[in-house]
Design a protein around this ligand. Structure first.
Ligand code: ZN
Length: 66
C-alpha cells in the first residue's frame, strides 16, 4: 500500500494531480487521500473533492489521462 495525495492547486489545464508518496513533483499544498494499492483507488477518492482529479504522469502513469 502506498500513500497518495492530491494537489490542492489545479494545473493550468484544470486537473488536480494525484501523487504517490515520494514523487519528486509532490506539491507542498496537498490533501492526504489515504493508502491505496494502486492509483485507481486514489484518483477515485480524490474525485470526491476535485472532479478533475487525474494521476500524475510521473508517479501514477496508468491513471494519467490528460
Ligand atoms: Zn507524481
Amino acid at each position: 500500500m502506498k500513500k497518495y495525495y492530491v494537489n490542492n492547486r489545479a494545473q493550468s489545464n484544470g486537473d488536480h494531480e494525484v501523487h504517490q508518496e515520494g514523487c519528486r513533483y509532490m506539491p507542498s499544498d496537498k490533501k492526504y487521500l489515504g493508502e491505496f494499492s494502486t492509483c485507481t483507488g486514489a484518483v477515485k477518492e480524490a474525485k470526491k473533492t476535485y472532479s478533475t482529479a487525474n494521476g500524475c504522469k510521473t508517479c501514477s502513469e496508468p491513471c494519467h489521462t490528460s
